[in-house]
Design a protein around this ligand. Sequence first.
Ligand code: FE2
Ligand code: FE2
Length: 263
Amino acid sequence: MPPPCGPKGHYSLIDYFHNESNIRGIKMNSEKFTSASKVCEFVNNNPDHAIEILNNFDIDFCCGGFKTLEQACGEKGLDHEQILSQLVDDSKKSADVVDWALLDTTDLVDHIVGVHHMYLKETFPKLDGLMEKVINAHGENHPELFDLQKVVRSLRADLEPHMMKEENILFPMIKSLDGSLESAPAHCGSVANPIRVMMADHEHAGMILEKIKTMTNNYSPPEDACETYRLLFKTLKQIEADLLLHVHKENNLLFPQALSQVA
Ligand SMILES: [Fe+2]
Ligand SMILES: [Fe+2]
């Protein structure tokens, strides 16, 4: 195992990423899963099915994706063997090829920006408009909407500059590692430090999402909700689903690959 870079002991995942066998483990799409497999590996292998099951059991697959299934289940008091049998049910295997799990860093960056950053950039302004309409119509009977609006705004205020930092600073560095972008070559500290910051941002965004989930009673609109109200909750639920996958791709695929290139 090559020596780790970055401040030692500050972020143990950074050290973990330098173990090349762990990186290969993520990408091999092995059919032989066990309870010792990492949670993120199940998502890479069969995303839709794995995400549905992991969400049902409230198991974190993005920021906590590097835990083994046994660890993650143990923390929640769940039976890992029973969940494993559901996760490896081949009848639920998607026929679609999971191309992003095998992309190299440059293609993965383009995929993340083109799919997930684009989605958020398009959705946040629509969400603001929806929130405003629902508050105008229902704010009097549902004053809790004003608090929800503040939290939703804080998610946007976090994520827009976060994506800008990724697109303008970190992602060009990552692209320079495989020579697909002409710029000064990135070095160990220069990549590890922004990755550490981005991962901390992801954790913070995850906490905001949890807050939104609780405030909306798991995205369940009240009985008197109109169509716009329902659409607002549906959009918030879609944002959560998209963001979990987005963070999974960065934390568990892109960042480990980039760090392995400067090890
Ligand atoms: Fe991103
Ligand atoms: Fe990110």
